[in-house]
Design a protein around this ligand. Structure first.
Ligand code: AMP
Length: 405
């Protein structure tokens, strides 16, 4: 049953994550990361059968070079992988309004991904390079490529959630609206949560908190995304590692007109120099933040602000659920590991019947999944996200339906 493997490719702006997965067995046979492209510190590291390897690259490294290396130097030398790959799944950051689900990649899809690049200029063009390179280096899989969009899961959110109160032509003509992000992760963890609680997904209601370098909260009603904190781009919403989240938009005007900061520099400030890094002036790394919470006043203050935003979102989203809330889910590097953030956030939500079991909260870290709430609480779950597995699963499903046609 090996010949059912999916090659999963996740091209970031200067990195590439990859894996080969058996979706039926939920088995990850090969995975790794190449990062710091166009930089002398670039490298690739991978793991096959628990054998770890790491190789330094040079400042010429880019997505094409890494994909070629992966196929020629790793996959072709591990024929049990190479021969059994039946499809390639690509993570695509932005699908605009066109995609409500994952799709087989063809010329039309490539054009639509190109069109949505205006909303994700750092990601979509790079992800298209990934798609086009695979056609060259793995021609037998040319028509077996699937695009899995971060935005697709959120295409069910209603107008009341996705329209901004701008003149309506900015939506109608320019498609400026809330698209959200982390859809693959929210879909994956909520599907697992419904299974854990033995509730059919089509009646499952929850609030999913993906807390990582980028963070977002999504409210899911009857198995469908109903509102989400990220907006037109992943800058809106929660306080993040280096992104500001919600601010008064007039601050941008003030910085530009009164402080003479150029618009490109303002964008850089909001995306790369704000959030926890901006507030602490030290770090965006929650491991450091957690270790120094009691020692450093600025870190304590920034953490309280992070928690304040998060609790506010969870509380306001809980009124959007029409019937019973079945669970809150924590995922992402912080959600899966930060005992502190989970404790401080849940403490603020007692009025909504969320109560933390401190012992369980201390135990469920480092890749474990499980309940961290008391018996009288609405269930609070920690579920490690696995976007790669979700991409492999969607790819496999779609490729098989196609071959059944
Ligand atoms: P992600 O973007 O999902 O990889 O998450 C990255 C974030 O998770 C960073 O802020 C990390 O500091 C944080 N993180 C990872 N491991 C831990 C940990 N053991 N404790 C607290 N935060 C962690």
């Amino acid at each position: 049953m090996l010949n059912k493997l999916v090659f999963v490719i996740n091209c970031g702006s200067s990195s590439l994550k990859f894996s080969v997965i058996n979706p039926l067995k939920k088995e990850i046979l090969f995975f790794g990361l190449a990062e710091h492209f166009h930089n002398k510190n670039s490298y690739i590291k991978w793991n096959i059968n628990n054998n770890k390897q790491k190789i330094k690259f040079n400042s010429k490294t880019n997505h094409k070079i890494v994909l070629n290396y992966l196929v020629e130097k790793i996959l072709k030398k591990n024929l049990f992988l190479y021969k059994n790959i039946i499809a390639v799944g690509h993570r695509i950051v932005h699908g605009g309004e066109k995609f409500t689900n994952s799709v087989i990649i063809n010329k039309k899809v490539i054009k639509a991904i190109e069109e949505a690049s205006v909303f994700a200029p750092l990601h979509n063009p790079i992800q298209l390079i990934g798609i086009k390179e695979i056609i060259k280096i793995l021609p037998k899989l040319k028509n077996k490529q699937v695009a899995v969009f971060d935005t697709a899961f959120h295409q069910t959110i209603p107008e009341t959630s996705y329209l901004y109160a701008l003149p309506i032509k900015f939506y109608k003509k320019y498609k400026i609206r809330r698209y959200g992000a982390h859809g693959t992760s929210h879909k994956y963890v909520s599907t697992i949560a419904a299974k854990m609680l033995n509730i059919p997904f089509n009646i499952f209601n929850c609030i999913s908190c993906h807390l990582g370098n980028g963070s977002s909260v999504t409210v899911i009603n009857k198995g469908k995304s109903f509102d989400t904190s990220m907006g037109l781009t992943p800058l809106e919403g929660l306080v993040m590692g280096t992104r500001c989240g919600n601010i008064d938009p007039a601050i941008i005007f003030y910085m530009n007109k009164q402080l003479n900061i150029k618009i490109d520099e303002i964008y850089k400030i909001l995306t790369e120099k704000s959030g926890m890094l901006g507030l602490t002036n030290i770090t965006s790394d929650f491991r450091y933040i957690e270790d120094n919470y009691l020692k450093n006043v600025e870190i304590k203050k920034a953490t309280k602000i992070f928690v304040h935003y998060l609790a506010k979102y969870i509380a306001s989203y809980s009124i959007l659920i029409k019937n019973k809330i079945h669970a809150i889910i924590f995922t992402g590097g912080i959600g899966e590991n930060s005992i502190l953030i989970r404790e401080k956030t849940i403490k603020k939500l007692k009025i909504l019947n969320f109560f933390l079991d401190k012992k369980l909260n201390n135990e469920i870290i480092h890749g474990k999944s499980g309940l961290i709430s008391t018996i009288d609480s609405i269930p609070i779950l920690v579920i490690p996200t696995n976007e790669e597995l979700m991409i492999a699963h969607d790819t496999f499903k779609i490729i098989n339906n196609q071959s059944n046609l």
